[in-house]
Design a protein around this ligand. Structure first.
Ligand SMILES: CCC(=O)SCCNC(=O)CCNC(=O)[C@H](O)C(C)(C)COP(=O)(O)OP(=O)(O)OC[C@H]1O[C@@H](n2cnc3c(N)ncnc32)[C@H](O)[C@@H]1OP(=O)(O)O
Ligand SMILES: O=CC(=O)O
Ligand SMILES: [Mg+2]
Length: 349
């Protein structure tokens, strides 16, 4: 591991100094766009003002013979829409590091759009060595092309080995912005017997003991992802980066999508992926704290102006710990309100 002083040194002569703090950005939904499809790309200008992040996807879901077109489409998209002026992040998901495509992709992206891309999402990250590699590569390319703002890195947690190493992945570089759970590849990597992309499974449940009178036994679905998810959230929180829920593949089940996103929000996630336009509004509602809860949190902060002592509000005990919970909620709401006029009005900021 690097020394404390070495951690924040640029990795190439002429590369920009690494971020010491993550830029404060609202990232409730990472909206996936297939950039090789001109018809979809043409609509990005319309969709962008409704999302926090547009992600150009180069990896899975893009056919092998369309990888070049997707890369060219990404560069075109970065020029066609002024994402910065809209306050919208521009991310790119590259192909994985053992693929034949990633090297040309990273080189082209930094050369042609290095000052416009905020985050590169790296799939199938297995351990910190993957981050060290891409960190060095980016620094060399940023130096070469005079990029002045370091591109951040986001890892997808989607292999058993990655889950084993998630703590080291989260802390591998000052470029690390966050980690997303990738339940589809992770299921395959673990040989889980499911064909779903995220969410629950009707077969994974607990059942109550038999009744002596023979009445039917109650049984409920359990969360297949809880262990991995909690491990990922703790790793991210400990390293001061953001956890995200990844894809929810049942586009035709908005109710289950909302539940999955809500579980992620409650567990500490900043956002989730939207694969289809219909999932944008779901993510926006879920990852914006509820106005009534924000109002209650503000009462806690007002009741304990210096954050210490004890208070009672509506029959509930408040102390230093609940003050901190309230601060998390109010800070999140303030950040959203600064970007989103609709929520500024709902929160009364
Ligand atoms: C599983 C693990 C992973 O790696 S998940 C990440 C990889 N997958 C993706 O990125 C998928 C992204 N989404 C898509 O490609 C499409 O939404 C899929 C799922 C194929 C569905 O498309 P389609 O059958 O056209 O849906 P639809 O007819 O309901 O579409 C209605 C209109 O919306 C458009 N649309 C669709 N998806 C997007 C999108 N992601 N971004 C922007 N626009 C989108 C469609 O083109 C369609 O437009 P129009 O009404 O025909 O003008
Ligand atoms: O890339 C995402 C996944 O679930 O796999
Ligand atoms: Mg995947």
């Amino acid at each position: 591991m690097k020394t404390a002083r070495g951690f924040f040194k640029p990795l190439a002569i002429g590369a920009p100094a690494p971020w010491r703090e993550l830029p404060a950005r609202v990232e409730r939904m990472i909206h996936f766009v297939p950039p090789h499809l001109e018809k979809v790309r043409a609509k990005v200008g319309e969709i962008a003002p409704t999302v926090d992040v547009i992600l150009a996807n180069l990896e899975d879901a893009i056919p092998a013979d369309a990888k070049g077109a997707a890369l060219a489409g990404t560069i075109a998209m970065s020029r066609e829409v002024d994402f910065k002026a809209l306050g919208v992040g521009l991310w790119v998901r590259i192909n994985c590091l053992n693929s034949p495509w990633h090297l040309d992709e990273v080189a082209t992206l930094v050369e042609k759009a290095g000052d416009r891309i905020d985050v590169i999402m790296v799939p199938k990250v297995e351990g910190p060595w993957d981050i060290f590699y891409i960190d060095q590569l980016l620094a060399s390319l940023e130096a070469k092309h005079g990029v002045t703002r370091p591109i951040l890195l986001h890892a997808i947690l989607e292999t058993a080995e990655g889950v084993m190493n998630v703590e080291q992945i989260a802390g591998a570089s000052p470029r690390m912005q966050g980690v997303s759970l990738g339940p589809a590849d992770l299921a395959a990597s673990r040989a889980m017997k499911t064909t779903r992309v995220g969410g629950g499974h009707p077969g994974y449940r607990v059942i109550e003991d038999p009744h002596t009178d023979g009445l039917p036994r109650a049984s409920v679905q359990q969360d297949l992802w809880h262990y991995t998810f909690a491990k990922m959230v703790d790793a991210c929180a400990a390293h001061g980066i953001k956890p995200f829920y990844g894809p929810f593949g049942a586009i035709d089940d908005p109710v289950a999508c909302e539940q999955q996103f809500r579980n992620a929000f409650l567990m500490g996630c900043a956002g989730a992926w939207s694969l289809h336009p219909s999932q944008i509004a779901i993510a926006k509602t879920v990852f914006s704290p509820d106005p009534a809860e924000v109002a209650f949190a503000r009462r806690i902060l007002e009741a304990m102006p210096d954050g210490s002592g004890v208070a009672m509000i509506d029959g509930k005990m408040q102390d230093d710990a609940t003050w901190k919970q309230a601060k998390v909620m109010v800070d999140c709401a303030r950040q959203i309100a600064a970007k989103d006029a609709e929520y500024a009005a709902l929160y009364g900021f």
